[in-house]
Design a binder for this molecule. Sequence first.
Ligand code: GLA
Length: 440
Amino acid sequence: MGRHSYLEITLLLLVCLSIPICQSLNNGLALTPPMGWLSWQRFRCNTDCVNDPENCISEQLIKRQSDCLVSEGYRDHGYEYVTIDDCWSATERDKDGKLQPDPDRFPNGIKKLSDYVHSKGLKFGIYGDFGSKTCAGYPGSEYHMKLDAQTFADWEVDLLKFDGCNSDIKDAPKGYPAMTKYLNMTGRPILYSCEWPFYNWQHGIKSNFTAIRNTCNMWRNHWDIQDSWQSVTGVIQYFVKNDKQFRSFAGPGGWNDPDMLVIGNYGLSYDEERAQMAMWAILASPLIMSLDACNVRPRSKSILQNKNVIAVNQDKLGIQGSLKLVQESVYKLQIWTRPITPHGSYAIVILNLRKGGGPSAVNFTLTDLDIYNSDGYNLTETFDGKYLGIYKSNATFKCKVNPSGVYMITAVPVTYVDNKLRFVPRNESISSEKRQNDRI
Ligand code: GLA
């Protein structure tokens, strides 16, 4: 794919748009992996606002997190969707059968909250379930999907995370697309995040990814992520196992979702946090944080706000990276690559899965990774933007990678003169003079 021209990629996109097999949910959303914040991993189903007012699922929490997403700079780095997960609703529907929020925790209603989030220049997301109840036991959308889609649209919701607890898995091929239809009928573009493949997997059912991509803008494949390195690597290994299949369905409009970034919480070391960020970037995964945005260690915040790594994640080609090389036995060292812009460039992540010892010395050539041109590449360390030099495809590249850590590189063909342009945030225009100064 990396050797395809822009023309070929454009043609491929045009073909995708015109034949049903690779058509995505036609709402024009998620052209790059969605970025935002979700309450679940950090705040779970904490409804105890008496004893834990700061952390319970409430309008105060969502407002405070929205404030901090702005004041701490996350919004300006692209994290835009603020989504309340499970446990926002009352235990019963209202007299007209509509979903309603818990009156004590959301005294002003969801529309007011959505207005608040929008006033901050952010987008607002909510959670539902196509079964009879949500995973935490709140009212599900079974027999109410059309009404619920309209209620969400009336509340000016921008994203719906739709779960599958308490449902019959045999209903999923009808249930998830039914919600797509009802969301479309509201006329409001609502990004649709679903868990269909995960529930299939749980029940030993092979997923029809063509149907899933036609239905959802992002889809969870695996168990819930937890705040631990074991959990993060478990998700990565699941993606390794299904690499080819998952990859072939990801692209602008629809993405595999390995679940939230757990960076900024309690379970990951500094190296492990860098590793999750780099892997989610190479996998073209949604970047959905779940943390207390008002209280993040500076080192974690700088990882989450690393423009170079975000640029790889958000690369407009939207090609999910793949595992190219495994060194040492039992997947200890993995080298992943992802074609990115400008044409012919790659992001490379060396992931060290060793649990102990010191940094591992790694040697490889770009040719080993199927990255080849006759003139060579400008290599840059991605996190720090440190220029590493020009490497011909058959030259040996050496680096050291910390245990449970990553080394991330971007390789841009030397023939591409404006090789630093990729790192300029979207919409920011720069003078040619500054561009020259930024060049190495
Ligand atoms: C499931 C989902 C989680 C979260 C919880 C809420 O477990 O996979 O992401 O939404 O339900 O109850």
